[in-house]
Design a protein around this ligand. Structure first.
Ligand SMILES: [Zn+2]
Length: 438
């Protein structure tokens, strides 16, 4: 990329705080300009104010009529499950046995893993997602394949090798020792290599022995700036199972706490059946929740409790959980989290949904100084949304009288068709005229 300044004129929106907490939480420039210097944001603001500051050789891209937002951040997704999204099964445990484990077995083959990683990253780009926190499989090859593709595209991605040493088919099990050894080698190979970040990834408490969680806790302490990801309190059968496996733990979340796996940069998927003591522990330790509504509804797991989470001041983010989730689109995911909140008696404004999908995700990952907003110096990851992309959206958004109405229509009616273009570190990744060459 040359050093030419790139300037994008359109309606610019980004957040500086959670709209549920702060009155002054976002920046909205209806005729706005996003100025990008190489891989980074130089400025974002009103077109009238910024246009005069552009150097003569700056390249101006006219995106008027469209919205420019920070790229979406999906904090919980399984790339190996791309090929089995929308597989029919009555609930989580039969779904794992019938579809997930046979699908993940194939990732011992690096060529297969590379092929799926390429498809997966293309699909994220088409959906406007620029950062994801990703589960690979138990095979270290699956992680190498993922990061090889992700670093070739210069994406800000977080991923890790699944660890599981019990209650799974032999062909998908590591051991406590091999899981820790392989994870440590992957940390050394990939963590902070360019924009890549490593996540220690015990799949969930039932598929790890105490020895495995203990060694994972050791690694989390030895490498404090790595990430941790797992699942917690997703459905009632699973919780009963955890109780029999870890009778000494106070709760499902407490299993992770006992092994030092609650801290900043730890992301827990679902968090549906936490109690108040768990929620306080999440907030105190800085661990974050990945809300996965399309998955929770698809598998019949349950409804996330917003009032209780907000009362505890938990860090919240939004996630697709493909392939338990039914869409790569964070807009579709907003549509479903809106309804989940309604079922719990809560009203979720669109501004907050867009916050959760951008800055909320970045804050949950302690990455707000790199991504999630257009703060000067941040990495230039952004998405361009087209409110005119379908006849229905065009008709509805033509009648919108406020930003909230416009965002709400995009969240409830939008999907990957609304993504006109996706940029990562200043480079075009995908556009509605086709995925960019890479
Ligand atoms: Zn998951």
């Amino acid at each position: 990329m040359s050093n030419t300044i790139q300037a994008y004129r359109g309606s610019v929106l980004h957040f500086n705080d959670d709209p549920a907490i702060a009155g002054d939480s976002y920046h909205w420039h209806e005729d706005g300009l996003l100025v990008v210097d190489g891989e980074r944001v130089l400025a974002a603001g009103d077109y009238d104010a910024l246009a005069a500051t552009l150097p003569a050789d700056a390249k101006l891209h006219d995106l008027r009529g469209k919205l420019i937002l920070p790229g979406f951040i999906d904090t919980h997704i399984h790339y190996p499950q791309s090929d089995m999204i929308a597989s029919p099964a009555p609930g989580l445990l039969p779904w794992l046995e019938t579809y997930t484990f046979p699908t993940e077995r194939k990732f011992q083959d690096p060529e297969h893993a590379g092929d799926v990683a390429r498809f997966f990253l293309d699909e994220l780009a088409r959906s406007g997602t620029t950062t994801a926190m990703v589960y690979c499989t138990v095979h270290p090859e699956s992680v190498d394949a993922f990061f090889t593709e992700s670093s070739a595209r210069n994406l800000r991605m977080i991923a890790g090798k699944v660890m599981m040493d019990r209650n799974a088919p032999d062909f998908l099990c590591d051991t406590a020792e091999s899981g820790a050894r392989d994870s440590e080698a992957l940390i050394r190979r990939w963590h902070k290599q360019g924009r890549q970040l490593y996540a220690l990834t015990p799949r969930f408490a039932p598929t790890s022995t105490e020895a495995q969680l203990e060694l994972t806790g050791d690694l989390a302490r030895a490498y404090p700036d790595t990430y941790i990801q797992s699942h917690v309190a997703e459905n009632t059968d699973e919780i009963a199972w955890v109780k029999t496996l870890y009778p000494q733990a106070r709760s499902y979340l407490d299993v992770y706490d006992r092994y030092g796996l609650l801290r900043e940069r730890a992301m827990y998927g679902h968090c549906i059946y936490l109690d108040d003591a768990d929620r306080a522990r999440m907030a105190d330790t800085g661990a974050a929740a990945a809300l996965c509504p399309t998955s929770n509804l698809f598998l019949g797991s349950g409804l996330f409790d917003f009032p209780a989470a907000d009362a505890a001041r938990m860090r919240l983010s939004l996630a697709t959980d493909v392939g338990g989730g039914t869409s790569f689109s964070m807009l579709r995911t907003m549509n479903e989290i809106y309804k989940v909140a309604r079922m719990g008696g809560t009203y979720l404004p669109a501004l907050r949904m867009f916050y959760l999908a951008t800055l909320g995700g970045a804050r949950s990952l302690c990455l707000e100084d790199s991504i999630g907003s257009f703060k000067p110096g941040n990495e230039a990851d952004f998405v361009v949304l087209d409110p005119q992309c379908t006849p229905l959206l065009a008709r509805r958004t033509d009648r919108c009288e406020s930003l909230e109405e416009l965002l709400f229509a995009l969240a409830l009616l939008g999907d990957d068709r609304a993504v006109a273009a996706t940029y990562s570190a200043g480079r075009l990744l995908a556009s509605s005229s086709g995925t960019a060459a890479h």
